[in-house]
Design a protein around this ligand. Sequence first.
Ligand code: ASC
Length: 152
Amino acid sequence: MKKLILVPLLLTALGVMLLSPLTAKAQFAKAEDAIKYRQSTFSVMGTHFSRIGTVVKGEKPFDKEEVAANAAVVASLAHLPWQAFGPGTEGGKSLPEIWKESDKFKVSSDRMQKAVMELNTAAKGGDLDTIKKAFGAAGQSCKACHDNYRKK
Ligand code: ASC
């Protein structure tokens, strides 16, 4: 009786194990493509985040529209890189911990997305002090992931 339940369960588990790398590969033909994709999205995100940084640091005058436009780019890009960390895409600047502790990595990536959404809300509001606080929190969320999951 037990075997009747166990056999289909094991077959399903095996099916999931065999299929999941295939579905990841369906998104990106090669691991290099996934690596290029995530590095590109992080790079463009970093460019626009740094532009807000120059205003926050007082190196550039505060232009509400410009900060809001940069924050909107960061906020929309923040959703993208995670799909490119699928099984079989190890490499680039990524540490293996991303795949070994994928639950923890997900918590960190969710935290970053939330912080960046809050920066976007602050930027739309246009109050520089609120933007500075939200920028600091978002920067911390980037750094936390870099410390734990990016090669030095
Ligand atoms: C940036 C950028 C990052 C973050 C991070 C914050 O401007 O490109 O990755 O800020 O350095 O600690």
